[in-house]
Write a protein that binds this ligand. Structure first.
Ligand code: ADP
Ligand code: MG
Ligand code: MG
Length: 880
């Protein structure tokens, strides 16, 4: 249903089916949107007749008539994509008014002894929204205020009032005229009087908003295909702006920040639509339990009957959807109307807590809790937080709108945030409040700070969705965009924070801190442990890590890694204490000289391996022998060359000549990996000896050591046969010297298409395969990862590859080769151990793919281990 009706339309239909009061309406499906874009922005011919029919049906249900001056039906025209894109597209309220109809409406209200002011308030809102959304009267520059808001402000000033609710009918009448005049002046268009023309215009604008800048940005961010389109819901208006027995609000059935089970939201009396979110007046807490200040007036106190209805409704909705809901409602003359329900966006912390508690409450089972968790989102939980023991200078407090920590330079504009982030700067975006136009800046920033807006403000909702830290509604700060600074009064002294100054934010506590606070590792709670226990009980794939240092290995182990799938030895070579010996080894012009250099390297490598084996006591460790081309270790700049020459006691020109000799046109396909050892076997021999001696050393210290030696860039079974013999000879010699017995295995990386095609022959020489999908992607697609930045973005934008193939496995192309590799490998050796160690090993869709191919394990960077565990469990559950 969601695919056709959009999330909003489906939610409305479902609530209606459940007998929950929803204003009558209908939904134009996403198919019409697709048609609209495929046919030069025109509608299917049958739409008009269907539209009239549907409106007639609504008229019957409501008992008033669209376009009728004596008893008019007003409607809202609302956008709704399959997945919610909060605030990204446009909505028009109170549609169906003109100068005649508004008078009719006012008369009708007067007759019912209501205040006609409300008719004009609705008209004012309609002209404003329609003028913006459909007629396109918007600010033309970064600094210009919204033209309608400017006129509204001016009017309030002229009348000496502060709030929109204080403007009387006369002021509203004037505003409508001023709005229309402004539209005419700046857009050269008359405001349409015909309600049907208004309706068609609004529907077109909603479809049009699918391709607006912020919607496109949002879709790219969340990988939402542009082909999905939006639906349009047309719905009879109910009015929260008819006086003090009316209200409008937004609520969450559980706390979207922490996951705590408490009903929680905000509302405004005598208000409409997005007033609560837009920060026009300060919204009030929905119930007494969520009051922050004693002088706040909750809905629970003010309209107890409607509040009780709301509680009953939210409980029903949560039970029905079996998930936390984000709801929108309006109270018209004491009666509650539901206007939206959707599965609420939440932080990772809330995601885990809600899932675990819902299992305990019996609402869902553990399988469902595991399936529901968003693997990509878990990442958030593993981010560092502000070190609780570090001293902090708190300069202001606001709402803890989205947890997490941010340290960065202050910027005041979204574009600036993007520009600075591109330069590699960490920034904190400070705004009076954010709007959908700021979305790209919010993406680029570490954290967001706003002076206005509540827990349901745009900044709060979007930041939580992004898993980004946000402190909102810090009313103590004064933001001055013109001067690019903010100021705040701290204990009677004004502190000025300028653009570029550093701030730290604590989104969980709502603290704004001057300067940079150091970060520390996150604390993972019991709910997380429970969820991951369920995860581990369900997955079949093992999860290992890619780690080159004992610290990384330990971190990964803490996150649940079950071994090392890739330990790269070259990083060790770069270490300052080793690089000289490594350069000596490379620059050697005889085998004897090379061996002498390698003899120096051996004990150092051995020490590296000892640390890693200890950290991985009881778990397998796959060590890859040297892979990159040798020139990568050599200096390129004259100054450095001079230093090396001096160190080695040769002339700089000797070094320079050797560097030049090692130059390759295409090093990715050059003298690297096992090819190094085909020409210079002593390099691998030394590495193997270091590995085995380290294994012996730790074994004697009581460690259960399980070395797996892996050969890179194998394409031919003869290569592998030679390498395998080399490794076994060197390893057995080292074991014999030490008079020890240690089981070890020898395997190969699969990172060339040829390796996949001859995998059966390779399997005869290998104890295991590990798919190196970074190189395999490069060699299969013929795309160099280091050069892809220039064009791959466009490929993804144009949908050639739906996702960057270096991020998620290209299952169709690369995947087909992998399947051949697995099938051939296992046909020769049915029990062949198979894993993956490319970056893809921690990406959820790729993990699922490896599961489907029957891999034994995936291996990924330490911080992605929990993500891979979850993705593996989900894949296993989907198999059932
Ligand atoms: P968004 O997708 O930006 O949330 P909506 O379509 O939900 O936009 O509209 C925003 C707000 O407008 C709703 O939360 C609701 O308060 C108000 N609204 C929409 N339709 C109606 C209606 N028929 N009657 C009263 N208020 C409405
Ligand atoms: Mg909106
Ligand atoms: Mg809404």
């Amino acid at each position: 249903m969601k695919n056709l009706l959009g999330g909003k339309g489906a939610g409305l239909a479902e609530m209606n089916r459940l007998g929950i009061p929803v204003p009558p309406g209908f939904t134009i499906t996403t198919e019409v949107c697709t048609y609209y874009y495929e046919h030069g922005q025109s509608y299917p011919p049958e739409l008009d007749a269907q539209l009239r029919e549907a409106v007639a049906h609504v008229e019957k249900l409501v008992g008033s008539k669209f376009g009728d001056a004596s008893d008019p039906l007003l409607v809202s025209v609302r956008s709704g994509a399959r997945v919610s894109m909060p605030g990204m597209m446009d909505t028009v309220l109170n549609l169906g008014l003109n100068d005649t109809i508004v008078e009719g409406l006012a008369q009708k209200i007067k007759a019912a002894s209501g205040s006609p002011r409300f008719a004009w308030d609705s008209y004012r809102r309609f002209v404003q929204m329609y003028g913006d959304v459909v007629l396109g009267l918007k600010p033309e520059s970064k600094t210009e205020a919204d033209p309608f808001e400017a006129l509204l402000e001016k009017k309030k000033e002229a009348r000496g009032v502060h709030l929109d609710t204080e403007l009387d009918e006369k002021a509203l009448r004037e505003l409508v005229a001023e709005f229309k005049a402004e539209i005419k002046k700046r857009k050269g268009r008359d405001f349409p009087d015909d309600p049907w023309e208004q309706l068609r215009g609004a529907i077109g604008a909603v479809f049009g908003s699918w391709e607006n800048h912020r919607a496109v940005t949002y879709r790219q961010m969340y990988n939402i295909p542009s082909s999905w389109g939006t639906a349009v819901s047309v719905q009879a208006m109910v009015f929260g702006n008819q006086g003090d027995d009316c209200a409008t609000g937004v609520a969450f059935t559980r706390d979207p920040s922490t996951g705590e089970r408490r009903f929680f939201g905000e509302y405004l009396v005598n208000a409409q639509g997005e007033d609560v979110v837009a920060g026009i007046r300060t919204p009030q807490p929905i119930n007494n339990a969520s009051k922050r200040q004693p002088d706040e007036k909750s809905l629970e106190e003010l309209m107890p009957a409607a509040y009780a209805d709301l509680v009953r409704t939210y409980e029903r909705l949560e039970k029905h959807y079996r998930d936390m809901q984000d709801i929108e409602f309006t109270i018209a003359k004491g009666k509650l109307w539901m206007l939206q329900t959707r599965t609420g966006k939440r932080t990772a912390k809330a995601m885990v807590r809600i899932a675990v508690e819902m299992v305990k409450e019996g609402m869902i089972d553990a399988d469902e809790a595991v399936l529901r968790a968003d693997a990509g989102k878990l990442d958030e939980l593993l981010h560092p937080m502000l070190d609780p023991s570090a001293p902090k200078k708190i300069i202001a407090r606001g709402l803890p709108a989205s947890p997490g920590a941010a340290v960065g330079k202050v910027v005041f504009h979204a574009d600036e945030a993007v520009a600075e982030a591109q330069k590699g700067e960490r920034v904190v975006l400070v705004r009076v409040e954010t709007s959908p136009e700021d979305i790209h800046g919010m993406t680029a920033a570490q954290g967001i700070l706003t002076a206005r807006g509540g827990m349901t403000s745009h900044a709060a909702v979007v930041a939580r969705g992004m898993g980004k830290c946000c402190v909102a509604g810090v009313s103590a700060i004064n933001v001055d965009y013109g001067k690019a600074q903010m100021s705040v009064n701290v204990d009677g002294k004004v502190v000025v924070v300028k653009r570029g100054d550093v701030l730290s934010l604590d989104g969980g506590k709502g603290e704004v801190i001057l300067g940079a606070v150091p970060m520390s590792a996150p604390a993972l709670d019991e709910d997380y442990a429970q969820l991951m226990k369920w995860v581990d009980e369900r997955r079949r794939l093992k999860v290992r890590t890619n780690a080159d240092t004992p610290t990384d290995a330990q971190t990964a182990r803490n996150y649940g890694a079950e071994g090392i799938g890739l330990c790269r030895t070259e990083h060790m070579f770069f270490a300052e204490d080793k690089i000289l010996a490594v350069r000596q080894m490379i620059l050697a012009d005889s085998v004897g000289e090379r061996r002498r250099a390698l003899d120096k390297i051996l004990p150092m490598q051995q020490k590296d391996f000892v640390g890693i084996f200890k950290a991985m006591d009881g778990l397998p460790v796959t060590i890859r022998l040297l892979d990159p081309p040798l020139h990568e270790f050599l200096p390129t700049e004259d100054a450095q060359i001079a230093v090396v020459a001096e160190e080695l006691g040769v002339k700089p020109d000797v070094v320079r000549a050797r560097v030049a000799a090692l130059h390759e046109s295409n090093p990715m396909l050059g003298h690297r990996g096992c090819r190094l050892a085909i020409t210079n076997p002593e390099i691998y021999e030394t590495q193997v000896r270091a590995i085995i001696q380290a294994a012996v050393e730790v074994k004697r210290a009581g460690v259960d050591v399980q070395p797996e030696i892996m050969i890179p860039i194998i394409g031919h079974e003869r290569e592998l046969a030679i390498m395998r013999a080399l490794v076994i000879k060197a390893a057995d010699a080292a074991l014999a010297d030490a008079r020890e017995k240690i089981a070890y295995t020898v395997g190969t990386m699969i990172e060339l298409p040829r390796a996949c095609m001859v995998a059966d022959k390779l399997a005869a020489e290998a104890d295991f395969f590990s798919f190196g999908t970074n190189d395999l992607t490069q060699t299969t697609l013929g795309v160099s990862r280091d050069d892809a930045a220039r064009f791959l973005g466009d490929y993804v934008k144009r949908g050639i590859y739906p996702v960057d193939p270096f991020v998620a496995i290209d299952q169709e192309g690369l995947g087909a080769l992998m399947r051949i590799g697995v099938d051939k490998g296992r046909s020769a050796k049915p029990k062949l151990k198979i894993g993956i160690c490319g970056e893809h090993g921690g990406e959820p869709s790729s993990v699922a793919f490896c599961h489907s191919l029957g891999f034994d394990y995936v291996s990924c960077s330490p911080f992605r281990v929990p993500i891979a565990r979850l993705a593996a469990a989900q894949a296993a559950l989907k198999d059932r």
